[in-house]
Design a protein. Structure first.
Length: 334
């Protein structure tokens, strides 16, 4: 009925595309090709609520999952297409077991379960990658971080990147800052995005093996990393004794507030208590160090810039139009 009324208001000045947009994507002759904030408003109006409730329930169950969802989104997003969610099968090798992800990336079940809820409300309409993108935003918001508008209409990939390509594209905590920056710039992100998005390490945890080389024999010196604060060093040596058995123990990336999305990541770096070598390395370059100093002083500046950089991140390499598909379950292609 609302639709008929709107059609009566049609005048030739109203664009043809606007009229098309009145139809549900499933019945429209041109179902694809848009990418905007209202993409599912008519076809799945409760999507934001379903995602928010799903993330809320998951965080209630496991505080750390907010951080894990944010990282899951990042690891998908050097080509945001939900390819990271695909399981390995006999004749298909997905990304879950690639080196940067295996026994490290978490939160897959949360997205699978939210997708199942979404399918019950609006079957075949919403892509897994849009759900993951919204879930990461909700996770940050729930942790006290900023809101950002999520454009929607991404479609799910049909393939996964190879192990070699995942490892080559995602940053490693032990490579130099120039290498990390290069990995961001090929994706259209800049040096400021590197500093801002690294601020995601204001939440969550890292396993000892990702930074233990800093604690005992840094680069063959027989000494700890000189850029690591002495009392932080003692704490970390207790958490991560110099034996393989400690490799998978966890340390907070931001020990003052591991579950709170604030700017303390940057105040840590100013005090030489950054956890990863790649975190503290932001103080070793004048350009990145000056961003760190600003974000440590101005929390709102960090919030605003983080929101803007997340919008950029979440739009990298998206599939729209007739590319890809809307997966029925996130762990396998249709
Ligand atoms: C700049 C280069 C980056 C490097 C080298 C890096 C590296 C790492 C490493 C090694 C861990 C610990 C993984 C483990 O121990 O299993 C980690 C955790 C994490 N990373 Fe990054 N990361 C980077 C950028 C980012 C970005 C851009 C985001 C998101 C926007 C992000 C979000 C996270 C989060 C939230 C965690 C904690 C996850 C959890 O507790 O489950 N990281 N990162
Ligand atoms: C950094 O990048 C250079 C040039 O691409 C490469 O030769 C070097 O192996 C990289 N270093 C690390 C530690 O990955």
């Amino acid at each position: 009925m609302g639709r008929n009324k709107l059609l009566l208001l049609y005048t030739p000045t109203v664009s043809f595309l606007f009229i098309l947009s009145l139809f549900d994507p499933i019945v429209s002759p041109f179902p694809y090709g848009q990418f905007d904030n209202n993409y599912y408003d008519r076809s799945c109006p409760y999507l934001p609520v379903i995602v928010r409730n799903g993330v809320r329930a998951a965080v209630w169950n496991d505080n750390r999952i907010a951080a894990s969802l944010l990282r899951l989104h990042f690891h998908d997003c050097f080509g945001c297409d939900a390819s990271i969610l695909l399981d390995d099968t006999d004749d298909f090798k997905g990304e879950k077991n690639a080196l940067p992800n295996r026994k490290s990336v978490r939160g897959y079940e949360v997205i699978d379960s939210i997708k199942a809820d979404v399918e019950r409300a609006c079957p075949w309409i919403v892509s897994c990658v849009d759900i993951l993108t919204l879930a990461a935003r909700e996770a940050v918001l729930l942790s006290g971080g900023p809101f950002w508008p999520v454009q929607l209409g991404r479609r799910d990939g049909l393939t996964a990147a190879s192990e070699a390509s995942v490892s080559a594209q995602l940053p490693s905590p032990i490579e130099p800052l120039e290498n990390i920056t290069a990995k961001f710039t090929v994706k259209g992100l800049d040096i400021k995005d590197v500093v801002v998005l690294s601020g995601a390490h204001t939440v969550g945890f890292a396993q000892c093996f990702t930074f233990k080389h800093r604690l005992f024999n840094f680069k063959g010196s027989g000494q700890p990393d000189p850029t690591l604060d002495a009392s932080a060093l003692t704490n970390l040596q207790n958490t991560c004794p110099n034996q393989d058995a400690s490799n998978n123990k966890l340390a907070p990336l931001d020990s003052p507030s591991a579950y709170r999305f604030d700017n303390s990541y940057y105040t840590n770096l100013m005090r030489n208590t950054g956890l990863l070598e790649s975190d503290q390395a932001l103080m070793g370059d004048p350009t990145t160090a000056s961003f760190v100093r600003s974000y440590s002083m101005y929390p709102y500046l960090f919030s605003n810039d983080f929101a803007a950089s997340m919008v950029k991140l979440s739009n990298i390499g998206v599939l729209t139009g007739a590319d890809g598909q809307i997966r029925r379950v996130c762990s396998s292609v249709n």
